[in-house]
Design a protein around this ligand. Structure first.
Ligand code: KIV
Ligand code: ZN
Length: 505
């Protein structure tokens, strides 16, 4: 593959993805995702919008300090204060990039910015020059480019490239464009911006009409060589273009696109799971590439075909995206060594003390459940290896429920070696359980969202509960897994409390 046919992957899960309502992550969660993105070969990680909040600033700083291969990027409006914050937060990055943006569509210029075309051009030039005085790698985005007047857009691009921008990004900010139109826009930029050969053309599509991936691919077909995207397509409103879909489309149809990326596709499912866990956004079962059913064949004719020859109904190999087949792997007689080896095969690296805890947990799950599948193992490990301190832990839980009695739940929690107990009633067992936890921990939580998913199939499957809880003015997403759904619910809620306490510390 010629170097000019490499498409750079610019991941903005930690910036535009995090702008999705309710998706906010803490610094450690962001760092874990950044490590996963780096490991999968992402070229550029947009780690945040540093001027926006202290949390965002530190998030970018932490990613910049720790990520070793990917370029780390911070977003800034075209004003000095933003560029200074981005620069400061990227101080320890090996490869820093500042991404400045300024709207160029008539609607945005008139109503939002209240600036003339001349003022916009000058602001863009000044911002790029200022960013360039801080770092050598500067990207410029004319926000709402797809609704901007073409001649004006060409002029802005020419000027920012002259001012030093190495990448010019063409955002479809409101998800308005169509594949053919967007492809044509990219082709016209190539033909009408005289110095365009000095910059990489990037694309950034939102999914308001469900076309973000199609639009991005059309742009690549017409010469874009950087694509901005997010894992699972998370992002503002209907989200951004999904990275896994773009990468696999380019790989599967390399005959059509003639392009490749540097992404290690086997890391896709694992990274998708991590992002789903930390954002609290469950991936739809029919989601392309990473959905639970993406490689499952239900119809007898299809199953027969796949068994005879997988390519009859599979255009990609599940293992190429790290999709694990649900094979029976371990049971209650399996030892620590087998457990450790299986985790290694699944690509899980954990410290010895975490492995010990996960193994004890595995044994207790294996006691209740005859078959322990790979997905169960991952849920157990994720449940045990926390990116926050486990201050409160669940000792025991007893519930009295029935169709004609008020549910009553007795909870025992441990804190610094001491056991605390409380019995509560509520509208349902989960409500009663959460009231008891509130009473014991003296943390009043408001449950904003609750969902439960079975990790594998069967009546004895592990249930994974995800909760969104408002505590102390913060919206916290947390998880808990168990074969007992009330226990999983309790663990998720306790984890939310622990997260708040860890953040305070
Ligand atoms: O959608 C958009 O226009 C953006 C820019 C900041 C690139 O996210
Ligand atoms: Zn965006």
């Amino acid at each position: 593959m010629k170097p000019e046919n490499k498409v750079l992957i610019f991941d903005t899960t930690l910036r535009d993805g995090e702008q999705a309502p309710g998706a906010s992550m803490n610094e450690k969660e962001k760092l874990e995702i950044a490590y996963a993105l780096d490991r999968m070969g992402v070229d550029i990680i947009e780690a945040g919008f540093p001027v926006i909040s202290e949390g965002d600033f530190h998030g970018v700083e932490m990613v910049a300090k720790n990520v070793k291969n990917s370029i780390v990027c911070g977003l800034a409006r075209s004003i000095k204060k933003d560029i200074d914050a981005a620069h400061q937060s990227l101080k320890s990055a090996k490869n820093p990039r500042i991404h400045v943006f300024l709207a160029t569509s008539k609607i945005h210029m008139e109503h939002k910015l209240r600036k003339s075309k001349e003022e916009i051009i000058q602001m863009a030039i000044d911002a790029v020059k200022y960013a360039k005085s801080k770092v050598s790698d500067v990207e410029f985005s004319p926000e709402d480019a797809s609704r901007s007047e073409r001649d004006f857009l060409f002029k802005v691009l020419e000027e920012v490239i002259k001012a030093g921008a190495r990448t010019v990004n063409i955002p479809d900010t409101v998800g308005y464009t169509m594949p053919e139109l967007y492809g044509d826009l990219i082709a016209s930029i190539k033909n009408n911006v005289p110095n365009i050969h000095k910059a990489v053309i990037s694309v950034h599509c939102h999914n308001d009409l469900g076309l973000a991936v199609a639009n991005s691919l059309a742009a690549i077909k017409h010469g874009a060589r950087q694509v901005e995207c997010t894992i699972n397509g998370v992002g503002e409103r209907a989200g951004n273009a999904s990275m896994e879909e773009i990468v696999m489309a380019l790989k599967t149809r390399s005959d059509y696109f003639g392009c490749s990326t540097g992404i290690k596709t086997k890391e896709i499912c694992r990274t998708s799971r991590l992002v789903s866990k930390y954002t609290g956004f469950v991936v739809a079962p029919n989601k392309a590439i990473v959905g639970h059913n993406a490689f499952r064949h239900e119809s007898g004719i299809h199953q027969d075909g796949v068994l005879k020859e997988p390519t009859t109904y599979e255009i990609m190999r599940p293992e190429d995206v790290g999709f694990m087949e649900t094979g029976l792997v371990l049971g209650k007689h399996s030892g620590r060594h087998a457990f450790k080896e299986r985790l290694k095969l699944l690509g899980v690296q954990i410290k010895d003390e975490e492995l010990d805890k996960a193994f004890i947990r595995f044994k207790s799950v294996a006691d209740k459940k005859k078959q322990v599948f790979d997905e169960d193992l991952l849920a157990i490990v994720e449940d045990e290896v926390k990116v926050f301190q486990k201050v409160w832990t669940l000792e025991s839980l007893k519930a009295e429920i029935g169709t004609d009695i008020a549910p009553q739940v007795h909870v025992e929690l441990k804190f610094k070696g001491k056991t605390f107990k409380k019995t509560s009633t509520g509208d349902g067992p989960v409500d009663a359980c959460y009231k008891a936890i509130d009473d014991i921990t003296k943390m009043k939580g408001e449950l904003l969202d609750y969902s439960i998913q079975s990790v594998t199939q069967g009546k004895d499957a592990l249930g994974e509960v995800t909760v969104k809880v408002a505590i102390d003015g913060k919206n916290i997403i947390a998880h808990g897994a168990s074969t007992d759904i009330l226990e999983a619910s309790a663990k998720a809620y306790i984890n939310a409390v622990n997260k708040v306490i860890s953040q305070k510390k």
